[in-house]
Ligand binder design. Structure first.
Ligand code: GLY
Length: 397
Protein backbone atom coordinates (compact mmCIF):
# COMPACT_ATOMS: atom_id res chain seq x y z
CA UNK A 1 0.00 0.00 0.00
CA UNK A 2 2.85 2.33 0.97
CA UNK A 3 4.45 1.66 -2.38
CA UNK A 4 1.22 2.49 -4.22
CA UNK A 5 0.70 5.79 -2.41
CA UNK A 6 4.27 6.92 -2.90
CA UNK A 7 4.01 5.93 -6.52
CA UNK A 8 0.94 8.10 -7.06
CA UNK A 9 3.04 11.07 -5.88
CA UNK A 10 5.87 9.91 -8.11
CA UNK A 11 3.54 9.71 -11.12
CA UNK A 12 2.07 13.14 -10.46
CA UNK A 13 5.56 14.57 -10.05
CA UNK A 14 6.54 12.85 -13.21
CA UNK A 15 3.94 14.66 -15.30
CA UNK A 16 4.49 18.01 -13.60
CA UNK A 17 8.23 18.26 -13.45
CA UNK A 18 9.71 19.79 -16.55
CA UNK A 19 12.90 17.90 -17.23
CA UNK A 20 15.35 20.48 -18.47
CA UNK A 21 18.55 20.87 -20.40
CA UNK A 22 18.94 17.46 -22.07
CA UNK A 23 21.13 17.77 -25.10
CA UNK A 24 19.12 18.23 -28.24
CA UNK A 25 15.80 17.35 -26.73
CA UNK A 26 14.00 20.20 -25.04
CA UNK A 27 10.21 20.11 -24.81
CA UNK A 28 10.18 23.88 -25.30
CA UNK A 29 11.97 23.57 -28.65
CA UNK A 30 9.46 20.94 -29.69
CA UNK A 31 6.34 22.94 -28.99
CA UNK A 32 3.98 20.25 -27.71
CA UNK A 33 2.65 16.77 -28.21
CA UNK A 34 1.30 17.08 -31.76
CA UNK A 35 4.68 18.17 -32.96
CA UNK A 36 6.32 15.31 -31.05
CA UNK A 37 4.09 12.82 -32.82
CA UNK A 38 5.19 14.07 -36.23
CA UNK A 39 8.83 14.24 -35.11
CA UNK A 40 8.60 10.62 -33.99
CA UNK A 41 7.02 9.62 -37.29
CA UNK A 42 9.74 11.46 -39.18
CA UNK A 43 12.30 9.39 -37.28
CA UNK A 44 10.52 6.14 -38.24
CA UNK A 45 11.28 6.86 -41.88
CA UNK A 46 15.00 7.18 -41.10
CA UNK A 47 14.94 3.50 -40.11
CA UNK A 48 13.05 2.59 -43.25
CA UNK A 49 15.45 4.39 -45.55
CA UNK A 50 18.68 3.14 -43.95
CA UNK A 51 20.73 1.29 -46.63
CA UNK A 52 20.57 -2.49 -46.54
CA UNK A 53 23.89 -4.17 -45.79
CA UNK A 54 24.29 -7.60 -44.19
CA UNK A 55 27.57 -6.54 -42.58
CA UNK A 56 26.53 -3.11 -41.38
CA UNK A 57 23.59 -3.53 -39.03
CA UNK A 58 23.08 -0.30 -37.03
CA UNK A 59 23.87 -0.62 -33.32
CA UNK A 60 24.48 2.88 -31.89
CA UNK A 61 25.49 6.41 -32.81
CA UNK A 62 28.66 8.09 -31.56
CA UNK A 63 27.71 11.75 -31.30
CA UNK A 64 31.27 13.11 -30.95
CA UNK A 65 32.25 11.84 -34.38
CA UNK A 66 28.77 11.80 -35.92
CA UNK A 67 29.02 8.13 -36.92
CA UNK A 68 26.72 5.15 -36.77
CA UNK A 69 28.36 2.09 -35.22
CA UNK A 70 27.56 -0.95 -37.35
CA UNK A 71 27.86 -4.65 -36.59
CA UNK A 72 27.54 -8.04 -38.25
CA UNK A 73 24.86 -10.58 -37.40
CA UNK A 74 27.18 -12.18 -34.80
CA UNK A 75 26.88 -9.16 -32.49
CA UNK A 76 24.40 -9.59 -29.63
CA UNK A 77 22.43 -6.54 -30.79
CA UNK A 78 21.94 -7.67 -34.42
CA UNK A 79 18.27 -8.67 -34.05
CA UNK A 80 17.08 -5.35 -32.68
CA UNK A 81 17.19 -3.33 -35.90
CA UNK A 82 15.06 -5.85 -37.83
CA UNK A 83 12.94 -6.04 -34.66
CA UNK A 84 12.37 -2.30 -34.77
CA UNK A 85 11.09 -2.60 -38.33
CA UNK A 86 8.72 -5.43 -37.33
CA UNK A 87 7.41 -3.30 -34.46
CA UNK A 88 6.98 -0.34 -36.81
CA UNK A 89 5.02 -2.59 -39.15
CA UNK A 90 2.81 -3.57 -36.21
CA UNK A 91 2.34 0.09 -35.28
CA UNK A 92 1.67 1.43 -38.77
CA UNK A 93 0.49 -1.60 -40.79
CA UNK A 94 2.48 -0.01 -43.63
CA UNK A 95 3.80 -2.79 -45.89
CA UNK A 96 6.98 -0.79 -46.56
CA UNK A 97 8.11 -1.68 -43.01
CA UNK A 98 7.18 -5.31 -43.56
CA UNK A 99 9.26 -5.55 -46.72
CA UNK A 100 12.24 -3.89 -45.06
CA UNK A 101 11.90 -6.02 -41.93
CA UNK A 102 12.01 -9.20 -44.04
CA UNK A 103 15.22 -8.10 -45.74
CA UNK A 104 17.05 -7.15 -42.53
CA UNK A 105 15.79 -10.31 -40.82
CA UNK A 106 17.30 -12.49 -43.55
CA UNK A 107 20.76 -11.15 -42.62
CA UNK A 108 20.49 -12.73 -39.15
CA UNK A 109 19.50 -16.21 -40.32
CA UNK A 110 22.87 -17.93 -39.93
CA UNK A 111 22.93 -17.14 -36.19
CA UNK A 112 20.49 -20.01 -35.66
CA UNK A 113 23.62 -22.20 -35.67
CA UNK A 114 25.76 -19.93 -33.46
CA UNK A 115 26.59 -21.87 -30.30
CA UNK A 116 29.18 -19.40 -28.94
CA UNK A 117 26.74 -17.25 -26.97
CA UNK A 118 23.42 -17.20 -25.13
CA UNK A 119 22.44 -14.06 -27.05
CA UNK A 120 20.94 -15.97 -29.99
CA UNK A 121 17.69 -15.49 -28.06
CA UNK A 122 17.90 -11.73 -28.56
CA UNK A 123 19.17 -12.06 -32.13
CA UNK A 124 16.57 -14.49 -33.43
CA UNK A 125 13.54 -13.78 -31.25
CA UNK A 126 13.57 -10.04 -31.96
CA UNK A 127 13.93 -10.61 -35.72
CA UNK A 128 12.40 -13.96 -36.74
CA UNK A 129 10.23 -14.20 -33.61
CA UNK A 130 8.52 -10.89 -34.33
CA UNK A 131 8.08 -11.74 -38.02
CA UNK A 132 6.33 -14.93 -36.96
CA UNK A 133 4.12 -13.05 -34.54
CA UNK A 134 3.25 -9.93 -36.53
CA UNK A 135 3.23 -11.24 -40.10
CA UNK A 136 2.57 -14.96 -39.58
CA UNK A 137 5.72 -15.87 -41.48
CA UNK A 138 5.35 -19.63 -40.97
CA UNK A 139 8.70 -20.29 -42.64
CA UNK A 140 10.40 -18.49 -39.71
CA UNK A 141 9.33 -21.26 -37.32
CA UNK A 142 12.15 -23.55 -38.45
CA UNK A 143 14.73 -20.84 -37.65
CA UNK A 144 13.30 -20.30 -34.16
CA UNK A 145 13.31 -24.05 -33.51
CA UNK A 146 16.86 -24.54 -34.77
CA UNK A 147 18.01 -21.62 -32.57
CA UNK A 148 16.35 -23.24 -29.55
CA UNK A 149 18.18 -26.46 -30.35
CA UNK A 150 21.50 -24.63 -30.65
CA UNK A 151 20.95 -22.54 -27.49
CA UNK A 152 20.06 -25.69 -25.53
CA UNK A 153 23.56 -27.07 -26.13
CA UNK A 154 24.81 -24.41 -23.68
CA UNK A 155 22.66 -25.81 -20.85
CA UNK A 156 24.28 -27.89 -18.08
CA UNK A 157 22.06 -29.92 -15.82
CA UNK A 158 24.66 -29.88 -13.03
CA UNK A 159 24.37 -26.08 -12.83
CA UNK A 160 20.72 -25.78 -13.88
CA UNK A 161 21.56 -22.94 -16.25
CA UNK A 162 22.54 -21.97 -19.76
CA UNK A 163 26.10 -20.71 -19.94
CA UNK A 164 26.03 -17.03 -20.95
CA UNK A 165 29.56 -16.18 -21.98
CA UNK A 166 32.70 -18.01 -23.13
CA UNK A 167 35.22 -15.20 -22.66
CA UNK A 168 37.28 -14.48 -19.49
CA UNK A 169 37.86 -18.23 -19.12
CA UNK A 170 40.71 -17.65 -16.64
CA UNK A 171 38.35 -15.74 -14.32
CA UNK A 172 35.03 -17.57 -14.73
CA UNK A 173 34.18 -21.24 -14.95
CA UNK A 174 30.50 -21.10 -15.94
CA UNK A 175 29.30 -17.47 -16.01
CA UNK A 176 25.57 -16.73 -16.05
CA UNK A 177 24.37 -13.15 -16.38
CA UNK A 178 20.99 -11.73 -15.40
CA UNK A 179 20.50 -10.69 -19.06
CA UNK A 180 20.28 -14.40 -19.90
CA UNK A 181 16.71 -14.41 -18.54
CA UNK A 182 15.68 -12.61 -21.72
CA UNK A 183 16.88 -15.43 -23.94
CA UNK A 184 14.49 -17.89 -22.30
CA UNK A 185 11.57 -16.43 -24.25
CA UNK A 186 12.77 -18.10 -27.43
CA UNK A 187 12.96 -21.46 -25.62
CA UNK A 188 9.45 -21.15 -24.21
CA UNK A 189 8.19 -20.22 -27.68
CA UNK A 190 9.99 -23.19 -29.21
CA UNK A 191 8.10 -25.58 -26.94
CA UNK A 192 4.81 -23.85 -27.76
CA UNK A 193 5.57 -24.21 -31.48
CA UNK A 194 6.92 -27.75 -31.48
CA UNK A 195 5.34 -29.46 -28.48
CA UNK A 196 8.85 -30.55 -27.44
CA UNK A 197 9.01 -29.84 -23.69
CA UNK A 198 12.83 -29.99 -23.59
CA UNK A 199 13.12 -26.25 -24.22
CA UNK A 200 10.49 -25.33 -21.64
CA UNK A 201 12.23 -27.44 -19.00
CA UNK A 202 15.60 -25.83 -19.67
CA UNK A 203 14.12 -22.34 -19.53
CA UNK A 204 12.15 -23.09 -16.37
CA UNK A 205 15.16 -24.59 -14.60
CA UNK A 206 17.37 -21.66 -15.63
CA UNK A 207 14.79 -19.21 -14.24
CA UNK A 208 14.57 -21.15 -10.95
CA UNK A 209 18.36 -21.31 -10.53
CA UNK A 210 18.71 -17.61 -11.34
CA UNK A 211 15.98 -16.75 -8.84
CA UNK A 212 17.96 -18.57 -6.14
CA UNK A 213 21.33 -16.99 -6.86
CA UNK A 214 21.13 -13.69 -8.71
CA UNK A 215 19.13 -11.63 -6.19
CA UNK A 216 20.12 -9.82 -3.04
CA UNK A 217 17.84 -9.49 0.00
CA UNK A 218 16.48 -6.18 -1.35
CA UNK A 219 15.79 -7.80 -4.76
CA UNK A 220 18.43 -5.84 -6.58
CA UNK A 221 20.49 -8.14 -8.82
CA UNK A 222 24.03 -9.29 -9.34
CA UNK A 223 25.11 -9.06 -12.95
CA UNK A 224 27.27 -12.19 -13.15
CA UNK A 225 27.03 -15.39 -11.11
CA UNK A 226 29.84 -17.81 -11.82
CA UNK A 227 29.16 -21.50 -11.18
CA UNK A 228 31.47 -24.48 -10.78
CA UNK A 229 30.83 -26.60 -13.86
CA UNK A 230 31.62 -29.85 -12.01
CA UNK A 231 29.74 -29.34 -8.73
CA UNK A 232 27.20 -26.71 -9.75
CA UNK A 233 28.15 -24.58 -6.72
CA UNK A 234 28.26 -20.79 -6.91
CA UNK A 235 31.88 -19.58 -7.16
CA UNK A 236 31.50 -15.80 -7.47
CA UNK A 237 28.89 -13.06 -7.62
CA UNK A 238 30.17 -10.08 -9.54
CA UNK A 239 29.49 -7.31 -11.97
CA UNK A 240 30.77 -6.79 -15.48
CA UNK A 241 28.84 -3.75 -16.69
CA UNK A 242 27.82 -2.25 -13.34
CA UNK A 243 29.65 0.11 -11.00
CA UNK A 244 30.92 -2.58 -8.63
CA UNK A 245 30.05 -6.10 -7.44
CA UNK A 246 27.64 -4.81 -4.81
CA UNK A 247 25.97 -2.18 -6.98
CA UNK A 248 22.79 -2.40 -8.98
CA UNK A 249 23.31 -2.00 -12.71
CA UNK A 250 20.09 -0.45 -14.01
CA UNK A 251 19.74 -2.44 -17.23
CA UNK A 252 20.43 -5.67 -15.35
CA UNK A 253 17.54 -4.84 -13.03
CA UNK A 254 15.36 -4.20 -16.10
CA UNK A 255 16.31 -7.54 -17.62
CA UNK A 256 15.27 -9.18 -14.33
CA UNK A 257 11.89 -7.42 -14.27
CA UNK A 258 11.18 -8.27 -17.90
CA UNK A 259 12.62 -11.78 -17.61
CA UNK A 260 10.50 -12.88 -14.64
CA UNK A 261 7.35 -11.23 -16.02
CA UNK A 262 7.88 -13.17 -19.24
CA UNK A 263 8.71 -16.41 -17.38
CA UNK A 264 5.44 -16.05 -15.44
CA UNK A 265 3.54 -15.58 -18.69
CA UNK A 266 4.74 -18.94 -20.01
CA UNK A 267 4.73 -20.96 -16.78
CA UNK A 268 2.05 -19.32 -14.60
CA UNK A 269 4.47 -19.97 -11.72
CA UNK A 270 3.44 -17.50 -9.00
CA UNK A 271 6.98 -17.43 -7.60
CA UNK A 272 8.15 -15.83 -10.85
CA UNK A 273 5.35 -13.27 -10.64
CA UNK A 274 6.34 -12.39 -7.07
CA UNK A 275 9.98 -12.06 -8.14
CA UNK A 276 9.07 -9.80 -11.05
CA UNK A 277 7.10 -7.59 -8.65
CA UNK A 278 9.93 -7.50 -6.10
CA UNK A 279 12.48 -6.58 -8.80
CA UNK A 280 10.13 -3.90 -10.17
CA UNK A 281 9.52 -2.47 -6.71
CA UNK A 282 13.26 -2.13 -6.17
CA UNK A 283 13.53 -0.27 -9.49
CA UNK A 284 10.64 2.07 -8.67
CA UNK A 285 11.23 2.70 -4.97
CA UNK A 286 14.98 2.49 -4.36
CA UNK A 287 14.94 6.27 -3.96
CA UNK A 288 17.46 6.74 -6.75
CA UNK A 289 15.05 6.95 -9.68
CA UNK A 290 14.96 10.50 -11.12
CA UNK A 291 11.60 12.27 -11.31
CA UNK A 292 11.19 11.55 -15.01
CA UNK A 293 11.61 7.79 -14.48
CA UNK A 294 14.75 7.35 -16.60
CA UNK A 295 17.30 5.72 -14.28
CA UNK A 296 20.96 6.50 -13.88
CA UNK A 297 23.01 3.74 -15.50
CA UNK A 298 23.64 2.19 -12.04
CA UNK A 299 21.39 2.78 -9.03
CA UNK A 300 24.46 2.92 -6.80
CA UNK A 301 26.86 5.09 -8.75
CA UNK A 302 28.25 7.39 -6.02
CA UNK A 303 28.38 10.20 -8.59
CA UNK A 304 24.56 10.41 -8.83
CA UNK A 305 23.12 12.92 -9.85
CA UNK A 306 26.22 13.54 -12.03
CA UNK A 307 26.01 10.18 -13.72
CA UNK A 308 24.73 9.20 -17.16
CA UNK A 309 21.19 7.98 -17.58
CA UNK A 310 20.16 4.81 -19.35
CA UNK A 311 17.09 5.25 -21.53
CA UNK A 312 17.29 1.57 -22.52
CA UNK A 313 16.64 0.51 -18.91
CA UNK A 314 13.58 2.78 -18.75
CA UNK A 315 12.23 1.39 -22.03
CA UNK A 316 12.78 -2.28 -21.09
CA UNK A 317 11.09 -1.71 -17.73
CA UNK A 318 8.18 0.17 -19.28
CA UNK A 319 7.53 -2.65 -21.73
CA UNK A 320 7.65 -5.24 -18.94
CA UNK A 321 5.44 -3.20 -16.62
CA UNK A 322 2.59 -3.07 -19.14
CA UNK A 323 2.44 -6.85 -18.81
CA UNK A 324 3.04 -6.90 -15.06
CA UNK A 325 0.17 -4.45 -14.64
CA UNK A 326 -2.17 -6.89 -16.39
CA UNK A 327 -1.02 -9.76 -14.19
CA UNK A 328 -1.29 -7.83 -10.91
CA UNK A 329 -3.71 -4.91 -11.40
CA UNK A 330 -1.03 -2.67 -9.89
CA UNK A 331 -1.74 0.73 -11.41
CA UNK A 332 1.64 2.07 -10.34
CA UNK A 333 3.18 -0.26 -12.94
CA UNK A 334 1.09 1.04 -15.86
CA UNK A 335 1.47 4.61 -14.54
CA UNK A 336 5.25 4.23 -14.79
CA UNK A 337 5.04 2.69 -18.27
CA UNK A 338 2.68 5.38 -19.59
CA UNK A 339 4.77 8.16 -18.11
CA UNK A 340 8.01 6.74 -19.52
CA UNK A 341 6.60 6.30 -23.02
CA UNK A 342 5.43 9.91 -22.91
CA UNK A 343 8.66 11.33 -21.53
CA UNK A 344 10.80 9.40 -24.01
CA UNK A 345 8.68 10.71 -26.87
CA UNK A 346 8.72 14.25 -25.57
CA UNK A 347 12.16 14.67 -24.04
CA UNK A 348 14.54 12.01 -25.32
CA UNK A 349 13.80 11.90 -29.03
CA UNK A 350 16.76 12.57 -31.32
CA UNK A 351 16.83 15.90 -33.09
CA UNK A 352 15.34 16.02 -36.56
CA UNK A 353 18.66 16.90 -38.17
CA UNK A 354 20.35 13.79 -36.76
CA UNK A 355 20.14 11.36 -39.68
CA UNK A 356 21.10 8.19 -37.84
CA UNK A 357 18.59 5.31 -37.93
CA UNK A 358 17.64 5.64 -34.27
CA UNK A 359 14.81 7.20 -32.28
CA UNK A 360 16.02 7.93 -28.77
CA UNK A 361 19.10 9.52 -27.26
CA UNK A 362 20.77 9.02 -23.84
CA UNK A 363 21.34 5.30 -23.34
CA UNK A 364 24.41 3.85 -21.66
CA UNK A 365 25.95 0.66 -23.02
CA UNK A 366 29.04 -0.30 -21.04
CA UNK A 367 30.09 2.41 -18.58
CA UNK A 368 33.10 0.62 -17.02
CA UNK A 369 34.57 0.26 -20.51
CA UNK A 370 33.59 3.85 -21.47
CA UNK A 371 31.72 2.32 -24.38
CA UNK A 372 28.45 3.82 -25.71
CA UNK A 373 27.86 6.40 -23.00
CA UNK A 374 24.86 8.73 -23.29
CA UNK A 375 24.13 7.66 -26.86
CA UNK A 376 21.35 6.44 -29.10
CA UNK A 377 21.45 2.61 -28.89
CA UNK A 378 19.30 0.26 -30.95
CA UNK A 379 17.85 -1.80 -28.08
CA UNK A 380 16.46 1.29 -26.33
CA UNK A 381 14.43 1.97 -29.48
CA UNK A 382 13.33 -1.67 -29.61
CA UNK A 383 11.85 -1.76 -26.11
CA UNK A 384 10.40 1.73 -26.50
CA UNK A 385 8.57 0.61 -29.67
CA UNK A 386 7.47 -2.58 -27.95
CA UNK A 387 6.09 -0.51 -25.07
CA UNK A 388 4.30 1.76 -27.55
CA UNK A 389 2.77 -1.27 -29.25
CA UNK A 390 1.60 -2.58 -25.87
CA UNK A 391 0.29 0.84 -24.82
CA UNK A 392 -1.84 0.92 -27.97
CA UNK A 393 -3.00 -2.64 -27.18
CA UNK A 394 -1.55 -3.92 -30.45
CA UNK A 395 0.31 -6.61 -28.56
CA UNK A 396 -1.11 -8.56 -25.64
CA UNK A 397 1.44 -11.32 -25.19
N1 GLY B 1 23.21 -7.94 -22.73
C1 GLY B 1 24.19 -6.94 -22.72
C2 GLY B 1 23.70 -5.63 -22.24
O1 GLY B 1 22.63 -5.49 -21.74
O2 GLY B 1 24.48 -4.69 -22.36
Amino acid sequence: MGIRISYVFFAIGFVCICYSCREGSSKKERGGTQENVSLLQARFSKLLEYPLDANAIPRSFTKEIGKTRKVTSADWTSGFFPGNLWLLYRLTQDSAYLERAEKWTAFIQKEQFNDNTHDTGFMINCSFGNGLQFAEKKEYEAVVLQTAKTLSTRYRDRVGCIRSWDFNADEWDFPVIIDNMMNLELLFKATALSGDSTYYKIADTHARTTMANHFRADFSTYHVVDYDTITGAVRKKQTHQGHDDGSSWARGQSWAIYGYTMAYRFTQNKAYLERAKAAADYFLTSGKLPADGVPYWDFKDPKIPDAPRDVSAAAITASALYDLHRYTDRDDYSDYADAVVTVLEEEYLLQEENNSPFLLDHSTGNKPKSDEIDEPIVYADYYFLEALVKKRKLLVP
